[in-house]
Design a protein around this ligand. Structure first.
Ligand code: KG4
Ligand code: ZN
Length: 338
């Protein structure tokens, strides 16, 4: 019989309510409830997200426990996302986790969402796991970071965005093109029938390992507005080429920095994580680059790229085996850093 601890993970940092049960590194269940309510607003509306989490949290946890085929009292600890994220959303998962911990008399574990994305690589589900130390390009709707990962608990941010995140660049560009939120996956889809070289946009000039995406967004907006004055059907007539060119611009920025990070650190174990790591063009281009530059590349399964509670539970597992627990007065934090 497997004696590994059973951890219940709770994720509610943005617009996905998720609960997962892991035994050791193995996933017994990983349930995600998406919130379609934000589609028409072109972005996540914090108050609506918080309310939807309140409606979803109990059923999502209930399904996760049933699907895992365990009893509530088999759970050894509960891990939840403390931050970063939307405060109103974080509070729902945090309050639930504290109440559950108290009621079941089990330890409470606070997890940093961004560390969770990195540790998604250690979920035992037919994934190749990176060796320490490795670099992780963590790219999501709220963050863009290059993280040097020393071990499961120690990580250092060696580069990050000074303005927008890569996912934000996808979503805001999509909004300009009239695509519903979140636009990233749709730009990915429509780009497949487009030409990456049709349109050129301004490249950011940020030195070192930091990123910038706000100039690119402005350049895309100006270009499109300019062309729309000449041809009101410009977006419609060039839709796939626009998607492909925008995607190429965003991904090129990421690839350039990861190459520089490899050069600067000499580390040749490279991982990607976060919602944007689901992007097929990023996956393909990085795979090509890994063959040319001879580095080992680790790409999580799709379900562990975007927000999910399995990554919070796996983080909780490493905290648990190191006896790192937290108290009920730990506060949720929108800007939690590590
Ligand atoms: O990690 P995540 O689920 O939530 C945050 O922590 O932000 O990332 C969501 C972001 C959104 O900006 C979404 O557009 C982007 O990931 N995304 C993608 C793709 N799938 C999700 N961007 C580009 N291509 C994709 N296939
Ligand atoms: Zn995330």
């Amino acid at each position: 019989m497997d004696k590994s601890p059973i951890i219940l993970g709770i994720e509610s940092s943005c617009d996905d309510t998720s609960a997962a049960v892991l035994q050791g590194q193995k996933v017994l269940s990983n349930i995600v409830a998406n919130q379609s309510i934000h589609k028409k607003y072109g972005g996540v509306v914090p108050e609506l997200a918080s309310r939807a989490h309140q409606q979803n949290i109990i059923p999502v946890v209930d399904i996760a426990i049933k699907k895992a085929k365990i009893r509530k009292r088999d759970i050894n600890a509960i891990a939840y996302t403390q931050g970063p994220g939307l405060l109103g959303s974080l509070l729902v998962g945090g309050s639930f986790a504290k109440a559950f911990s108290l009621a079941m008399n089990i330890p409470l574990i606070n997890v940093n969402h961004m560390k969770g994305h990195v540790l998604s690589h250690f979920i035992d589900d037919n994934q190749k796991m990176p060796n320490f130390p490795f670099l992780c390009l963590t790219v999501s709707g709220g963050h863009t970071q290059i993280v040097k990962v020393i071990n499961h608990l120690e990580m250092e941010i060696i580069g990050q965005t000074i303005d927008d995140a890569a996912g934000e660049a996808f979503d805001k560009s999509a909004k300009i093109l009239g695509i519903d939120y979140p636009g990233g996956p749709l730009i990915d889809k429509y780009s497949k029938d487009g030409n990456i070289n049709t349109f050129k946009f301004n490249k950011p000039k940020v030195s070192g390992l930091d990123f910038s995406f706000s100039g690119l967004k402005t350049s895309i907006l100006y270009k499109i507005n300019n062309e729309l004055q000449k041809d009101k059907n410009f977006i419609k007539n060039n839709f796939n080429d626009l998607c492909a060119s925008i995607q190429h611009s965003i991904i090129s920025i990421l690839l350039e920095k990861i190459e520089l990070a490899i050069l600067n650190t000499g580390i040749k174990e490279i991982a990607i994580a976060g919602g944007v790591s689901a992007n097929s063009y990023l996956r393909d281009e990085l795979t090509k680059l890994s063959q040319i530059n001879n580095f080992n590349l680790y790409i999580p399964k799709f379900e562990y790229c975007t927000d999910n509670a399995a990554m919070i539970a796996i983080s909780g597992f490493y905290e648990y085996i190191n006896n790192n627990f937290t108290s009920y007065d730990t506060v949720s934090s929108a800007r939690l850093i590590f």
